[in-house]
Design a protein around this ligand. Sequence first.
Ligand SMILES: CC(C)=CCC/C(C)=C/CC/C(C)=C/CC/C(C)=C/COP(=O)(O)OP(=O)(O)O
Ligand SMILES: O=P(O)(O)OC[C@@H](O)CO
Ligand SMILES: [Mg+2]
Length: 255
Amino acid sequence: MSIMNLKGKVASYLQRLIDEGSPIHFSLIDPDKVTDLEILQNVATKLYRSGSSAFLVGGTLGVSKERLDGILEILNDYPIPKIIFPSNVNLISEKADAILFMSLLNSDDLYYVIGAQVAASFIVKSMKLEPIPTGYLIVGHGGTAAHIGRARVIPYDNAELASAYALAAEFMGMDYLYLEAGSGAPETVRPEMIRTISRVSRINLIVGGGIRSPERAVEIVRAGAKAIVTGNVIENDTERALKIIEAIQNLRVGY
Ligand SMILES: CC(C)=CCC/C(C)=C/CC/C(C)=C/CC/C(C)=C/COP(=O)(O)OP(=O)(O)O
Ligand SMILES: O=P(O)(O)OC[C@@H](O)CO
Ligand SMILES: [Mg+2]
């Protein structure tokens, strides 16, 4: 059996995109920000048609399991994965395909490093949700996630420190490292940090927080990110989000 087959369906799909040289785009849907399910359907259709690779569903504040389930039901109409982006153990649903099984590597609180994961493990298994082993590293602005997660944020310009975390995550067997500047961050993770990490570690980088222009998204992918996440820009200006998706697709190797 090949290594590919040992991975779950969603991990294999993401790995295939990476192997093809196709930049991954995650559309982050925050259940607390969805006011109207019809609007969500409209937006999700546009995101899917533009080539977004998967839906990430999660939020830090004001998210309930009921809301999460309602959103996942709507997203079930689209043939791309629905992946939970959990802020805590209450946001786990059998209606999703997979969960970013994250450890907040730079938290001072053991709960976010290993406690929540222990509390969640049997739930994830019984729901047959596919766990995607992911390190979560909060950088710079950090936003609400840094505050709630008690992160000792990595300064935007300390690429060496971020690289040490990336290598540690790789050595611990994590497939992905999510570099998070925080929802709505005024500045994204810097391309220089992404470039430095990519030189040091083979871990797949997911980059999110404050990405709101196609130009910045392109710089982030060119620097070595395998995936980008956009949340606020979808909520605030969907057409701009579609331009971001289009711009990174044009970077596809051999395109
Ligand atoms: C593995 C399981 C079940 C849980 C892990 C829980 C961990 C490690 C959480 C890390 C800390 C944390 C608070 C992460 C937030 C992740 C997230 C959903 C961010 C997106 O939310 P925002 O967009 O910032 O939310 P708001 O818009 O509500 O501020
Ligand atoms: O909402 P934005 O700023 O796009 O950030 C996305 C995500 O990284 C937040 O957790
Ligand atoms: Mg948000």
